[in-house]
Design a protein around this ligand. Structure first.
Ligand code: SF4
Length: 384
């Protein structure tokens, strides 16, 4: 018990003197703290910072978020990834407004029932905003605990969470649990880093078993992951007069609720161009022809990678009848920025706009040089 108290004291003093000055650390409003914790799940602090500010500028109060259109929420979230977080945050705000008179519940059972809330978010918000004694266990905390205690449980095995949770619960100080949780996470982020931890600057070095036994490099243990699968996708930008067709993904699942250009997986032995025509027909019932190959985009999601071939197509005939997407629009290219799109689509937007601008000046499909220049740029962009 003496050692645990010594660890708590050292960690808390270190945190008070060394923590980063982040906007959500000054927040006392549980809604602001909740937004920051949802954003910080699986995303780096530096990436979150501008999104946090922009989100709260747009939706400063929970009620504003609850009454907002989902598309506006996704637009502000655009580029941050893991869009289920934005959809759940929006649903949770509506639920709190309707079932808790707009007041964020501070009891575990009530808070845990909110849409999208798991143990991590519940423990983080309830401890930081309401000083409830729940230990937070994220990737940083698991790494610190694995080294501190020479914990053999692999970090990325789902059943290991129970072991780390029990260890974190034992260390948590009931007096100021929110600060303690933040201190342990901060130590993992700033000192006990995944590579080359700064043990000489560590406030709990004297209690760390990995340091004492010279085995820091061996921890945390991890199961070997199989390489992420790769899918080849064909996508078409369908031009009809001076508009292009966009479709909206169903609200659930990967990239749910976002807009995109129609397309899908290229089948074995199928040419990308043929897959583009087939997928557009299957998804929208439209018959189109491929005019130009715009280029290739590469993008990595958490569990898979895609290689996307993008074509400019012209509308031939048919009326839009959706199979898969839940909505569609014919929009002007200059209005693309009004809609939330996945990052992979954003990768070819500048070139698509340039293509359209060049096409307005002359027929790009007949201009081999312009097309080649454009393709080169896209290839460079895909490599970057
Ligand atoms: Fe991590 Fe090194 Fe501190 Fe141990 S001494 S907790 S390995 S930074």
């Amino acid at each position: 018990m003496k050692k645990i108290q010594s660890l708590r004291d050292s960690l808390m003093s270190w945190y008070k003197a060394n923590h980063r000055d982040l906007p959500w650390r000054k927040a006392t409003n549980p809604y602001h703290i909740g937004v920051s914790e949802v954003m910080l799940q699986q995303t780096q602090v530096t990436t979150v910072l501008p999104y946090y500010r922009r989100f709260l500028k747009r939706f400063p109060r929970l009620e504003r978020l609850a009454r907002a259109d989902l598309q506006d929420v996704l637009k502000v979230w655009e580029g941050l990834g893991y869009y289920a977080r934005a959809r759940n945050l929006h649903r949770a705000a509506g639920f709190i407004l309707n079932h808790h008179q707009g007041i964020i519940p501070d009891r575990w059972d009530d808070f845990r029932k909110l849409p999208g809330v798991g143990d991590y978010i519940a423990a983080a918000v309830l401890s930081i905003a309401f000083e409830k004694p729940y230990a937070v266990v994220d990737g940083n905390v698991k790494r610190v605990l694995a080294r501190l205690l020479l914990e053999e449980a692999p970090l990325n095995r789902s059943t290991s969470i129970k072991i780390f949770k029990e260890a974190a619960d034992r260390l948590l100080t009931p007096r100021d649990p929110g600060t303690f949780n933040q201190a342990l996470m901060e130590l993992g982020a700033m000192v006990c880093k995944p590579q080359q931890p700064l043990c000489s600057a560590c406030p709990i070095q004297g209690l760390c078993l990995a340091y004492e036994t010279g085995r820091v490099d061996e921890y945390p243990k991890k199961l070997k992951k199989s390489p992420a699968p790769q899918f080849n996708i064909a996508v078409g930008v369908v031009f009809k007069n001076s508009s292009v067709l966009i479709t909206r993904r169903k609200p659930e699942g990967l990239l749910g609720g976002l807009w995109e250009f129609p397309g899908g997986k290229i089948q074995n032995h199928e040419k990308a161009k043929d897959a583009c025509i087939r997928e557009i027909k299957e998804e929208t019932s439209l018959s189109v022809g491929v005019d130009t190959y715009l280029g290739r985009i590469k993008h990595a999601y958490t569990h898979f990678k895609i290689i996307m071939d993008v074509f400019c197509c012209s509308y031939h005939c048919g009326k839009v009848k959706l199979n898969g997407p839940v909505d569609h629009r014919w929009i002007k290219l200059e209005n693309l920025d009004d809609y939330p799109f996945p990052k992979a689509n954003h990768k070819f937007f500048p070139l698509l706009k340039k293509f359209a601008a060049t096409a307005r000046k002359g027929d790009i499909t007949k201009s081999g040089q312009a097309g080649n220049d454009l393709r080169l740029e896209i290839d460079n962009l895909a490599k970057s």
